[in-house]
Design a protein around this ligand. Structure first.
Ligand code: AQP
Length: 327
């Protein structure tokens, strides 16, 4: 069975975008392979974050993984900082990625755009190095991500090619897997922007009450006209809501267009809100149950041990290849 690797940064309240683009997707594919799913707390340090907030967010991501049905007996769920091999491998791999290619990463450009150059941390710049280490440490072939992370997986592929050309077949080639629908959920207040944890408004947070979720959808920015049609270019607001409805209900865009022919935006938004509430109600209840059960700590502890054992094999292989390991 192929290994599957993915993670979420605990930088803020998770959004419906993280749920559709990542968490729901993980639970869908978990039995197709051997998943290693982590909470990328080291990555969360790349931008300023309060220590207590980071700790709480990290536990929350784990609880959300479990609430979505990820099975800790099958999927290895762990905290990145609990597994020291991630940092050890990143230190080695940083020598095989170059300043030019790192500075072309869209995420780095977006996040550093508003910062003064002297205040941009090296960790933000080197983020894709640690991400490449995360990926290759488990010999993972399949990397389920939202569209925004594809560029980083492509860079990890370049690194694997470069490294293997020099040292032989040491690293396993990963491949990004992006869901056909829901790969990029947009903000409800500005559908030209990605729904994101670090954006203060226009997003549905998994911690929002069902009522608030419903309200946010009913007041989502829509487009001119009244037709329910999938056309991201000219109707970004409606197309985004259609994407949400389609990924939660399994209905195709054509089916949705047909269902709402001759109906207004109000009816359509109500249907989107109903679908979100239907999905979120049991999910949020499960999350509360998991938080109260104390299961998170146990899962993370066991996950860290399994992840360490699996990743140590690859780290040792790399150390030997580059000449660090005693023969
Ligand atoms: N809006 C989105 N639509 C679909 N997928 C999304 N993902 C994020 N936002 C959307 C996917 O969620 C996974 C975890 O993301 P991440 O924590 O690595 O960070 P990110 O991609 O930078 O997401 P955010 O929410 O925008 O975080 P911040 O604000 O901290 O930068 C990834 O698979 C991502 O593609």
């Amino acid at each position: 069975m192929d290994r599957i690797l993915s993670g979420i940064k605990p930088t803020g309240q998770l959004t419906l975008g993280n749920y559709i683009g990542a968490i729901k997707n993980f639970s869908r594919v978990q039995y197709d392979g051997e998943p290693f799913l982590f909470i990328a707390d080291l990555h969360a340090l790349t931008l300023p974050i309060d220590p207590e907030v980071l700790r709480k967010n990290s536990r929350d991501v784990a609880a959300y993984y479990l609430a979505a049905g990820l099975d800790p007996k099958h999927s290895t769920i762990f905290l990145q900082s609990d597994v020291s091999t991630h940092s050890e491998l990143a230190i080695i791999l940083q020598n095989y990625l170059y300043m030019g290619e790192l500075s072309r990463m869209t995420q780095f450009k977006d996040k550093s755009q508003k910062m003064k150059e002297e205040a941009i941390g090296l960790g933000l710049f080197a983020y894709p190095v640690l991400m490449a280490a995360d990926i290759v440490l488990y010999d993972a072939k399949r990397i389920p991500v939202g569209e925004d992370q594809v560029q980083h997986v492509e860079l990890a592929r370049d690194l694997v090619k470069r490294f293997n050309n020099r040292y032989g077949e040491v690293l396993t080639m990963p491949r990004a897997e992006v869901a056909k629908v829901g790969k990029r959920i947009m903000s409800l207040s500005d559908p030209t922007k990605k729904m994101s944890k670090s954006e203060p408004k226009g997003d549905i947070y998994l911690s929002d009450s069902l009522e608030v979720m419903r309200k946010k959808i009913m007041s989502a920015v829509t487009d001119l006209g009244h037709e329910i049609k999938y056309d991201p270019e000219n109707k970004p607001g409606i197309s985004n809501l259609m994407t949400i409805l389609s990924s939660l209900s399994g209905k195709s865009f054509e089916e949705i267009e047909k269902e709402f022919e001759g109906k207004g935006y109000g009816d359509f938004k109500r249907a989107v809100a109903d679908a979100v509430v239907k999905e979120m109600e049991p999910f949020k209840a499960k999350y509360e149950e998991i938080v109260a059960s104390g299961l998170v700590d146990k899962v993370l502890e066991e996950g860290a041990k399994k992840a360490y054992d699996a990743s140590k094999v690859v780290l040792t292989r790399v150390q030997k290849a580059v000449g660090l390991y005693r023969k």
